[in-house]
Write a protein that binds this ligand. Structure first.
Ligand SMILES: C[C@@H](N)C(=O)N[C@H](C)C(=O)O
Length: 216
């Protein structure tokens, strides 16, 4: 297992973006199981780049019978990413009075990407989990979007403090998504991205193909 590189690592921001211009598409037009918890009036949450959709379809086909992907969130407007990041950083600041701005920036990036490199705002990232054939969410150890503090670190993909059953489900998800070409952010078992700066760095690619994009 490779060592953890945080989103705040300067190596991530240093990856250049050569925008490929692929459009955003709505996964709800492609028979995915879509959970409404991140639903927004414009349906932004259900959008991803075309190439991300193709990889999601591939990942889905790699899961064992009776198991399916449950799509939670894809595209996130930059203003929302900024809000999530600031709110979480402020929460950490309130709990850790002695931390420097740099410490807060790094710690916040375990759970929310700094807006300037955010994979969700590039349409390159998805938050997904597993469901059974009736659409019931499977146990992957914590709720999707549990923070490190809330879950005592159990949100980390390879956390030891989850049950064998949850670990098994995490590995099903991770293997299907990685074999379909996604990179997991190891601090969150549910977060995967492709062709953004983080994925490019992990794959030692010279540049990312997806940069910040607006919903049409
Ligand atoms: C906030 C959480 N759901 C999330 O999306 N985290 C990743 C790292 C992100 O903000 O890109």
């Amino acid at each position: 297992m490779s060592s953890l590189v945080l989103m705040s690592d300067p190596q991530v921001a240093a990856i250049p973006v050569r925008e490929c211009g692929e459009p955003l598409v709505d996964v709800r037009d492609h028979s995915f199981r879509v959970d409404p918890r991140k639903q927004d009036p414009l349906g932004a949450f259900a959008h991803v780049r075309e190439g991300v959709l193709a990889r999601l379809e591939h990942a889905r086909s790699l899961l064992p019978a009776g198991t399916d992907l449950l799509f939670i969130e894809g595209y996130r407007p930059l203003a929302l990413q900024q809000r999530y990041f600031t709110e979480y950083r402020d929460e950490l600041a309130a709990a850790h009075h002695g931390w420097t701005a740099e410490q807060l920036y790094q710690a916040a990036s375990r759970y929310v990407s700094p807006p300037e490199i955010a994979p969700h705002s590039a349409g390159a990232a998805v938050d997904v989990t597993l469901a059974d054939q009736d659409g019931h969410e499977l146990d992957l150890g914590t709720r999707v979007n549990a923070s490190p503090e809330e879950s005592d670190g159990a949100c980390f993909t390879h956390a030891p403090n989850v049950s064998d059953r949850a670990r098994h489900h995490r590995m099903l998800l991770l293997n299907a998504m990685e074999n379909a070409g996604f990179t997991n952010y190891r601090t969150e078992f549910w977060h995967f991205s492709v062709a953004d700066r983080y994925d490019a760095l992990m794959r030692q690619e010279p540049h990312a193909r997806y940069g910040p994009i607006e919903l049409p």
